[in-house]
Design a protein around this ligand. Structure first.
Ligand SMILES: *Cc1c(COP(=O)(O)O)cnc(C)c1O
Length: 222
């Protein structure tokens, strides 16, 4: 895999308003360096125990995004430096992030992860759970988090019509939430959808952030 070439090709292809997150989970620091040297600064990781040593040894101007299942007892480890937590799927997690962010005098940006795929294995809030949580307004008193948008994954399938439908659902939820709760809030602007196999569809459907692993770094070895 020519990592630098993939980064450059993707950047040339993407519309200006779409942020590229290079998903480096299960890939070594050398691969991250190759992307870094090509100018990439935003990286996504899905496990705290893998992210921590990478964060310690790699350059400070990297923006680390957390994109995996986050256990509440791991929040304290990433709270000092994490730039965006994309995978918030409960109010209790939001409270924990708020508490740990306060200890570091930080405001941590988060996305709410929404379940739109048909697979049961995918995490996230259902659309109703998301709307119910926001309707409960308690989150508005959490001063050390900022909800900046939504994240979601489509079903892993060749069926482009199904992927399109799911991303359309996510986009309309995003628009509804923005309109109801964040109309005057410029921060709520991130719609994170699209991975290696479906990012072109996601961008067409209004994504502002794509998360690409395999298509930059090659297959992961678990
Ligand atoms: C692993 C992962 C990705 C990247 O997947 P690729 O298919 O390798 O591009 C994107 N988003 C999430 C939430 C992931 O866990």
């Amino acid at each position: 895999m020519d990592i630098a070439k993939r980064i450059n090709d993707l950047k040339a292809e993407l519309p200006e308003q779409v942020t590229l997150v290079a998903v480096s989970k299960f890939h070594p620091a050398e691969s991250i360096w190759a992307a870094y040297e090509a100018g990439q600064r935003v990286f996504g990781e899905s496990r705290a125990q893998e992210l921590l040593p990478k964060q310690k040894t790699l350059p400070d101007d990297i923006e680390w995004h957390f994109i995996g299942t986050l256990q509440r007892n791991k929040v304290k480890d990433i709270a000092p430096f994490i730039s965006l937590i994309q995978s918030v799927d409960s109010y209790r997690l939001l409270e924990e992030i708020n508490k740990e962010a306060a200890k570091h005098d930080r405001v941590i940006r988060v996305l709410l992860e929404i379940h739109v795929a048909q697979e049961d294995s995918k995490h996230g809030l259902t659309q109703n759970e998301c709307l119910e949580m926001l309707a409960m307004t308690e989150w508005q008193s959490l001063k050390h988090i900022r909800i900046c948008g939504l994240m979601g994954m489509a079903t892993y399938t060749e069926d482009e019509a199904l992927i399109t439908t799911e991303y359309k659902q996510l986009k309309s939820l995003f628009d509804a939430v923005k309109d109801t709760y964040f109309r005057t809030n410029d921060c709520f602007s991130i719609l994170s959808m699209g991975m290696s196999h479906d990012y072109q569809i996601a961008v067409r459907e209004g994504s502002t952030m794509i998360r690409i692993g395999t298509d930059i770094f090659g297959e992961r070895e678990y």
